[in-house]
Design a protein around this ligand. Structure first.
Ligand code: SF4
Length: 244
């Protein structure tokens, strides 16, 4: 977590306050009842979002300083991220911030919220999911159907993930998209997930999977997006350990 994320949240908060101010003080464009009604609804909605944003700023600050945040605040912050993240991206755009940077801050905050819960799951209830682009592009073995097709040649991180699977007894799937990811979740029925992917896919995955904790691990893309990617295996292992 970092100060720039709090800066974006604060920018959003002040933008909303400014909008409320404009809505209240700009003369009514017309005297029609319907306009007055929508203006009132919009003002109430903006007030609710501003209070919610303020509460999220407070929660992030508490977590940042390693202080205890009440459970309801953590829950509310999770919901805020899922529902209002597009607003944060929009605010980041206003400040010309890199989208991935904001998404990384989201992942950091999500992981902090999950780790604070100090979950204790059985290995069989944990699913590690990684994208297909982790597999070496010249490999002929189809690991999305069955990961055991991997020959463990060491040319890509699929080999390392299999070693983690053997070491901890967790479930492991290599998926080529959202549909396969959803199928894997349906099949394994995990109680927690360690998701490896790029920032964009992790944001959409976190928005899809709301009912169970997800620890996000951002992949590395030395060859550009979606080809021969890699992952910090130590980070994946730490994520697994944090759920056990
Ligand atoms: S480690 Fe497995 S998936 Fe990766 S290149 Fe070797 S055989 Fe293919």
């Amino acid at each position: 977590m970092n100060s720039k994320f709090i800066f974006i949240l604060s920018s959003l908060f002040f933008t909303i306050i400014l909008s409320i101010f404009v809505l209240i003080y700009v003369p009514f464009l017309s005297g029609f009842f319907i306009y007055d009604f929508f203006q009132l609804v919009l003002i109430i909605l903006l007030i609710v979002i501003s209070v919610w944003t303020l509460q999220t700023i407070l929660t992030v600050t508490l977590l940042w300083y390693n202080k205890k945040a009440p459970r309801f605040m953590k829950k509310s912050t999770k919901k805020f991220l899922v529902l209002l993240f597009p607003l944060l991206e929009w605010t980041g755009d206003l400040w010309r911030m890199n989208k991935d940077y904001i998404r990384q801050a989201y992942m950091d905050l999500n992981n902090e919220l999950v780790l604070r819960e100090k979950y204790k799951f059985e290995p069989k209830d944990i699913l590690v999911m990684s994208p297909h682009c982790l597999q070496n592009s010249s490999c002929q073995y189809k690991v999305t159907n069955d990961i055991n097709n991997c020959r463990k040649c060491g040319k890509c991180n699929v080999d390392n993930l299999l070693q983690l699977q053997e070491k901890y007894g967790i479930n492991l799937r290599i998926v080529s998209g959202g549909t396969l990811a959803r199928m894997a979740i349906k099949e394994v029925r995990p109680k927690a997930i360690v998701a490896v992917a790029c920032e964009r896919d992790l944001v959409s995955g976190l928005n899809d999977i709301r009912h169970i904790p997800v620890v996000a691990v951002i992949n590395q893309r030395p060859n550009g997006p979606c080809i021969d990617t890699s992952v910090d295996i130590d980070e994946v292992e730490r994520a697994i350990q944090s759920l056990l």
